[in-house]
Design a protein around this ligand. Sequence first.
Ligand SMILES: [Zn+2]
Length: 113
Amino acid sequence: MHEIGLLYQTAKTASRFAQEHEIERIYAIELEIGELTGVLPDVFEEYFPYVAGQFPVLKDAVLKLDMIEARGICEQCHAVYNIMKHRGICPNCGSSEKMILGGNQMLIRQIEY
Ligand SMILES: [Zn+2]
């Protein structure tokens, strides 16, 4: 389950940020997660308290998730569409040639302290 690894990465990044800025307590971490990462938000929310509990600075932190739509632009007709919804096939011309515009990222958008 790669969610756990990603949670640890997130927790480490946040606690390093706290150290560098002499922050004693982080109250919330806001994450932006693209649909194409395959991350399951439920799993993230379920395991976050367990991971956060191992970092003193994150003891009271909550996790906020923002799922980002997987969007692509068709190489043939240049239509922009939701890749997950249309299973990677352009709804306009039926081509599977595309460029991914978003939805494959995972990043920390905000740290509240
Ligand atoms: Zn197309």
